[in-house]
Each structure stands twice: as C-alpha cells, then as structure tokens.
Design a protein around this ligand. Structure first.
Ligand code: PEP
Ligand code: MG
Length: 862
C-alpha cells in the first residue's frame, strides 16, 4: 500500500485518500502554481493508526524518502542547523471540517537550529518569533497543555514593555518569551524527527476529538473516513515588511458578487489572520503596495475558479515578495451567495442549469423565507456579533428557555439571550424568534442549532454582558432589562435597539430563477400542510400546488370553538352530541370554504379528526368546573368523562379513524362540511377540488366501514345543495399494518389515494414516541446509534423499506393509485430525493418549506 504521496503523484479527484486539502495541493502543483513542496500521508494510514491502537505511528508508515525530496526541492535540510528546513503539519479530511482538527506549524526547531535560522536569514527577531510560536503550538496541540499559562507569559512581558501588538515586540522580547515558554514546558522534543512523529500522531488523534466528532455528526460526515496529514515546507509571511499572508475568495462569499475579494495581513503568519489579533486589510491595499504580487494572485484565482468551475477560497503567503499558494478549495458561502453565484455562472456560460441547480444547498434556502431588515429602516446599532444564522427578528428579550417558551405560548415574540446555549436551551430556542449569545463562534451550539431550526441567531457578541440574576443585558452604555425590545440580524451579526422594519427576501430575482429551474426539472408535485386560509395563501404564494394535509382538528382549537368541541365531547347522548356538532359544523363549513377559495383550482385534502379527544378537554379543577357550568352539568359528570378519556398511551389510543368507528356522527358532520364548503365555492363560480382523507388506518375493514359513510354524507349534502362536484376519498398510511396490507387497502371500494404520514409511521416503526424521543435522541446521536433524527429525515432502510413494501403491494393491485407523503419529511431535501426515487406523485410540507421542497425535487430529477 502506498501511504505517502508527493504533490506530483496526486490530483483533485483523490480527496478520499489525500483529504480535500491534500488533493487540491496536488492539483495546484499540477497547474504549475507556486506551491511549497509537500508530501501527504493518506487517510487510510490514519485508519490504520486507529486500528493498530498502539498509540504509535503505523509500523508500515515511512516518509523518509519523501522528506528527502522536500529537502532536495527546497535546498534545505530537516534538522540541519546550518540550513534548516521547517515544515507545517496539517490535517485534511475528505470533507471540509474547518478548524475542527489540529495543525502544527514551524516544526523542526530547537535551540541549535534557531541559531541556524538567524545565521541564514540574518533576522533574529523572526527566528525567535517563529520559535515561540512553535513551542506554544507544540505544547498545546501535541502535548495537550493548557494555553492560558503561555498567554499569561505573553501578556506579562507585553505589559511590562507597555506594548499591545506582537509587531511591537523585538528580538530580545521574543527571546525572553522563548525562555519562559521552555520553563513552562521543558519537554518539547529537541529532535526534529521526533517532533514530526509527535505532530503526525496529534493530527491523527484530532480526527476523534470532541469538536470533530460533533461537527461530523451535525454535518453527516462519516466517522470512518479519517484524516490525511500534509507535511509542507513552511513559507514565511512574518519575516519582515516584505512578507504577509492572506485569505481570498474568487467571488464575494457573503453576497456572491463576482468580484475578487479578500483580506491581507502584512508581516504576519497565517494563524494571525484566523486568530483575529490584528484587523486585516482589504486586498485592494495589497494591490497598491505590491502590484505585481497582486496581479499574479489575481491570475491564479481566475485560473483556479475556471478550472474547478466553482468559487474558490484561497490561502496564500508572500515571503520576501514571492507569492506562495498554500490552499485552495470550493469556498463556503451564504445561501444568498450560493444562489447568486449559481445564476451568474449560468449566465457566464460556465455551468449548465442542471449543474447549477445541483450546487444549491436546498436546506439553506429558508434564508430567503426569513425576513431581512429593510435597508431604508431607521435603526440604532447597539452591538455586533457573528452572523450565525440568517434572518432578522424583533422581540422582547428573555434570559431563560422556560421564559421564552412561556412568553411564546401567549403569543409574544421573544429573543432568547444567553451567554452560550446548551442542549437544555433547545425548547427556548424553538420558541424564540431569534437567539443572541455573548460567547461562541460560528460553529457554537447556538449557531449550529439555530441554523438547523431556521432561527436567526447572532452568536459571539462579546461586548454583551449578560447578567443572569439581575436579568439585564448590557451593551456598551445601553442597559436592557427583561422584556425590552431588540432586533437582531443573523445575516450581518448586528444588534439594534427596539423594533426595526423588516421585509421578505422571497422576491430575490436570482432565487426565483433557481426555483424556475427546479420547477422545469422536477417530477414531484409540491403540496403544503395548511390548516388555515392564511397558511394556504402563504403556501400558494410560495408555489404550493395544493394542500396535501389540512388537519381539521386545528379548526377546533380556537377559543370560541373549543367550548363547543368540549361540550360535544362531554355529551351524554347522541342527541346532545348532534346538537353541539351542529355548532361545530358551522365553523367547519366556513373554514373549508375559505381554504378551498384560497386554493381555487388546486386539490385540498381535508383529514378527518385525528387526535385523542382528551387533548381537547381541560385538566385543572377550575377549568373543569367552568366547563361543567357552561354545559349545565354537574362537575362530577365532566370529571368522569375526563377520567374515562384519559389514556396511558394516547398516541396508540383512541384517535384517528377509531373515533369515526365509535362516533360516526362526527365523521358525518365533517364529510358534510367538506361537501358544503365545496358546494358553496362551486355556486360562487369557483373550481373547488376538495378531497377527504382518513387518518391512522390499520385495516382495510376500517375503511370498508367508514368510506361508505363518508360517501353517503357527501352525496346527501351535494344533493341538498343541488351541485355536482367530485370529492375523492383516500387513506393515510401511518401504521406498519396498513403498509403490510396496502393491497387490501387500495382494493377498498372508494379509496382513490394514499398519503404516507411519516410522522406516525416513524413513531410506530421505531417505537419512538414522537413527543418524547427528543429526550434521548441526542444521546443516541452522540454515541453513534443514529446518523440523524429519523423524525426529521426519513429512515430509508426501516421506515422507507416499509413504504416500499406498501407501494409494491398497492401498485400491483391498483397501478394508478395516487401516492403522496405529508409527514414533516416532505420538506426535507434528502427525504424528498427518496420519495422522488419511489415515484411518488407529491410531497406535502409546511408552507415555509415549499420552496425548499421545490428545489430538492428539481435536484432529485436533475
Ligand atoms: C403524520 O403522522 O405523518 C401526519 C402527517 O399526521 P400528524 O402529524 O397530524 O399525526
Ligand atoms: Mg399522523
């Protein structure tokens, strides 16, 4: 097995073996760009290290020959004080994991060699600066020592000298720092080869540090890949004022604008840019200072972007006026930039529409659905942090997740303010409009979770002082108390006092272009789950082609209606029940007419009452008393009824079509309401396309009982109204038994479609309660038992396998049965891809996921 590659032995397609960084270094070298000589140890060697488990380098790993080549190419010798070669040792996984793994720079130094650097460069300050960097990094990364004591030394010496910046330190100062660092850690090996072994081992180990493991689980990167290690001759940006280092993007990674963009730090090492010790200059200033270096860099970025056909992120160093390319990769970008770059590249003729569509991160497209701040709005900036999750939100500040939830429950918009967030904050983050944290970077818990939830978030607002006990947030001179209003912009990281006007970003022309491509390619229709006319209108505006699920019970949760619902439930006779059903019927008819009106000409699937009845009933003594008074019954009757409906396991209890079996009059009322709503629309000259769907079916016999009842009710109502409309009837597929007997189900007279309810199906296939699994699913992920939450993304093997079985049986029986899905998975890109592959007719998802589903469906078909 070949374990070590020189740059001329690899290429860009070898990411799995050489890591993304290594593969691209090879490719840049192939393109004759100035890359410092390097060799790369493969990811397989890293796996070998883990499987041997000795804590030493794999026995068969030998890089002496390649190290010799590095020496020949640079004309320097590793470990030779007279003409020393120093190297960097960097991690590089097949997928980018920015900042998660380890790196050691300036390796190959000891007391004797540092003298060699002084002799060869004549630059004592540089030599000691480099040495102290090495001692610091090696102690931290390889020997796992705390960073603080090292920082304290630096701070102390700077304070004594009365200086702030590294640049103000002279040779003597760095020499003193080196002396102090050696006291802190006298055990850094002096043998360069031993240093190199230590660093390679540290990089291997860093594949399995907590950060890296967490990052992989958030980003779906397999643990089995391993990291490559690149060992590269150092190029120095910190020798003198003729040196520098920078990061550049071939287009603006934030806006997507087609303009070379970057930052540059003169007389500094690469890690200084990342650490944010000094503020870098825009590249334009480098262009003025070193026009030739700039134009060389400019030509390389053009060449690389053309070659890779994608926006490039480039790291470079200038050593004594000579440009070195240290890294290139496809640049990370915001959702907005991703869309603009894709559209521009099609216009430029670099990409086909299909390839451009496939580049769009469908999951991030909810950026365009979140409001952004109106650029013309008046605003008072009070703080700045990191743009952790896009969108803008206004709300009252609260300091605990429980407060956030409580306020949200009474309809208040809140911003959750925390020092940093932990998994215990999730419910508060869900309830809040936005999240502001004082600590934490772009990959902090707050940032990652907020992005996942589509909540806007500003993290790392370091100027924010959060006083938890006093419940105050201080930003400069501004002291805010609990419930004061702020606005945060997660796209810029800015924090404003009070409310700021917002506007929707859905009209973005480029976003519309991308949606257009997707629509022209996709085979799946995209429906929405909408319970109200407002939701239906929103979804239609976002491109929904119908309502795949209208949860009719949601119509009964509103305050004026719930009392009629409760009265109906505590009825003691059928007559009494019918009387209250008549009240409910009025509401239901009107709601259905309105939704059909919003969705005129498009299918609207109304589902019969689903939840267990006790969900509607009050449980406190006071509320039960109030109900008893309203319906004019003794409290004991209400109490008995509540007790009678109480269930130990309600999700598997008296719900769904089981309610229809026991109370046919409820189903009859609902079926008539649907028919009446459709009839009213028809009479008004519209084109209603109502459908009725039966939930939680487990046997075809349930349908054989219920469907004729629906048909009869619908026919009676239409007869009475004197209009003719088709109202197809279908079934939900939410239980394993329904899937296993799908042939019987579709063979049932009058059943014309099936819609997979993957929320309940996931619950019943896994045996995970959809309401309680959140309590342990996190622990499952952490311990590698789950690659993802099966309630968010469809589990193709288990749940998906059952869906396949159902489809095979149903299609064998009735080839043209219409098939859809209306669980949460209908708006999740990977799941959409799966449903496309199974030839579904439609996916149905919540209104704000409609554009994401459109794009994902387009990508699936592209
Ligand atoms: C489902 O179970 O997937 C579904 C859509 O129904 P609900 O979420 O209302 O149970
Ligand atoms: Mg369900």
């Amino acid at each position: 097995t070949k374990r070590v590659y020189l740059l001329n032995e690899g290429n860009k397609d070898m990411k799995m073996l050489l890591g993304g960084k290594g593969a691209n270094l090879c490719e840049m070298a192939k393109l004759a760009l100035p890359v410092p000589p390097a060799f790369i140890i493969t990811t397989e060697t890293c796996l070998e290290y883990f499987s041997e488990g000795t804590g030493n380098l794999p026995k068969a790993l030998n890089y002496e020959a390649e190290l010799k080549t590095l020496e020949d190419d640079t004309g320097k010798t590793f470990g030779d004080p007279k003409n020393p070669l120093l190297v960097s040792v960097r991690s590089g996984a097949p997928a980018s994991m920015p900042g998660m793994m380890d790196t050691v720079l300036n390796l190959g130094l000891n007391d004797e060699i540092v003298q060699g650097i002084i002799d060869t460069t004549g630059n004592e300050r540089f030599a000691y600066d480099t040495y102290r960097r090495f001692l610091n990094m090696y102690s931290d990364v390889v020997m796992d020592m705390d960073k603080e004591p090292f920082e304290e030394v630096l701070d102390r010496i700077k304070a004594r000298k009365g200086v702030k910046l590294d640049l103000e330190m002279d040779a003597e100062d760095w020499k003193e720092v080196v002396g102090e660092f050696k006291k802190l850690n006298p055990n850094v090996p002096t043998d360069p080869r031993e240093q190199l072994r230590g660093a390679v081992l540290a990089v291997f180990r860093s594949w399995n540090n907590d950060r890296a493991i967490r990052y992989r689980s958030y980003n779906g990167i397999p643990d089995e890949w391993g990291t490559a290690v690149s060992v590269q001759a150092m190029a120095y940006g910190n020798m003198n004022d003729g040196c520098g280092t920078g990061v550049a993007f071939s287009r603006n990674p934030s806006t997507g604008e087609n303009k070379f963009f970057g930052e540059f730090l003169p007389n500094a090492a690469g890690e200084d840019v990342v650490a944010g010790i000094r503020t870098p200059q825009p590249l334009e200033e480098m262009a003025e200072k070193w026009p030739e270096v700039y134009s060389e860099l400019f030509s390389y970025q053009e060449k690389l972007e053309k070659y890779y056909g994608d926006m490039q992120d480039i790291e470079f160093t200038v050593e004594n006026g000579r440009l070195y390319m240290l890294q290139c990769r496809n640049g990370k970008r915001t959702a907005k930039a991703a869309v603009k770059i894709a559209v521009d590249m099609v216009k430029e003729g670099t990409l086909t529409e299909t390839d451009a569509l496939l580049r769009i991160p469908a999951n991030q497209m909810d950026f365009f659905l979140h409001p952004t701040l109106d650029p013309k709005a008046k605003k008072t900036l009070i703080g700045e942090g990191l743009p952790a999750s896009p969108g803008a939100a206004t709300g009252k500040i609260v300091f605990t997740p429980d407060d956030a939830e409580a306020m949200a429950n009474v309809g208040e918009d809140v911003i959750l303010v925390r020092k940093e967030t932990t998994p215990e904050d999730i419910h508060g983050m869900k309830s809040a409009q936005g999240v502001l944290t004082a600590l934490g970077g772009m990959t902090s818990h707050a940032a990652v979770v907020a992005r996942g939830m589509g909540r806007c978030c500003v993290s790392g607002c370091t100027a924010a002082e959060v006083n938890f006990s006093a419940k105050t947030l201080t930003l400069g001179d501004v002291v805010l108390k609990e419930h004061d209003v702020i606005t945060i912009d997660g796209s810029t990281g800015e924090v404003y006092l009070g409310a700021v006007d917002r506007r929707s970003a859905t009209e973005d022309v480029d976003f519309q272009t991308v949606l257009g491509w997707a629509d022209s390619m996709r085979k799946l229709k995209v429906f929405t789950n909408a319970d109200t006319p407002e939701q239906a209108a929103t979804a239609r505006g976002l491109g929904a082609q119908g309502v795949g699920l209208c949860r009719s019970e949601h119509m009964f949760f509103e305050p004026e209606r719930i009392s009629a619902m409760r009265a109906m439930i505590v009825s003691e006779s059928k007559e009494e029940r019918l009387e209250h059903l008549a009240t409910l019927s009025k509401f239901q008819r009107k709601d259905i007419e309105e939704i059909l009106t919003e969705m005129d000409g498009l299918p609207v699937t109304i589902r019969l009452l689903d939840p267990p009845l006790h969900e509607f009933l009050p449980h406190s003594e006071d509320e039960m008393k109030a109900l008893a008074d309203t319906v004019g019954k003794p409290l004991s009757v209400v109490k008995d009824r509540v007790a009678q409906l109480q269930e130990v396991n309600p999700m598997l209890g008296f719900r769904g079509c089981r309610l229809s079996v026991v109370y046919p009059e409820i189903t009859e009322m609902q079926a008539k309401a649907v028919a009446a709503g459709a009839a009213m629309c028809k009479k008004a000259g519209r084109n209603p396309k109502a459908e009725i769907m039966v939930p939680v079916v487990s046997t075809a016999r349930e349908l054989r009982l219920i469907v004729p009842r629906i048909q009869k009710a619908v026919a009676e109502e239409l007869e009475e109204a004197g209009v003719k409309v088709e109202i197809p009837i279908g079934t939900m597929m939410e239980l394993p038994r329904a899937c296993q007997t799908a042939d019987d189900i579709v063979a049932t007279e009058g059943v014309e479609f099936m819609s997979f309810g993957t929320n309940d199906l996931t619950q019943s296939v896994w045996g995970f309660s959809r309401d309680d699994a959140i309590k342990f699913i996190g622990r499952y992920s952490e311990q590698g038992l789950l690659d993802f939450d099966p309630f968010a993304r469809v589990d193709e093997k288990g749940v998906g396998g059952l869906i396949r079985t159902a489809l095979d049986k149903a299609r064998a029986q009735q080839p043209d049965t219409k098939v859809g899905i209306c669980g949460e998975h209908g708006g999740e890109p990977d799941s959409v891809q799966f449903f496309h592959s199974l030839d579904f007719d439609y996916v149905s998802c919540s209104p704000f996921r409609v554009p994401i589903a459109r794009i994902a469906a387009g990508q699936a078909a592209a």
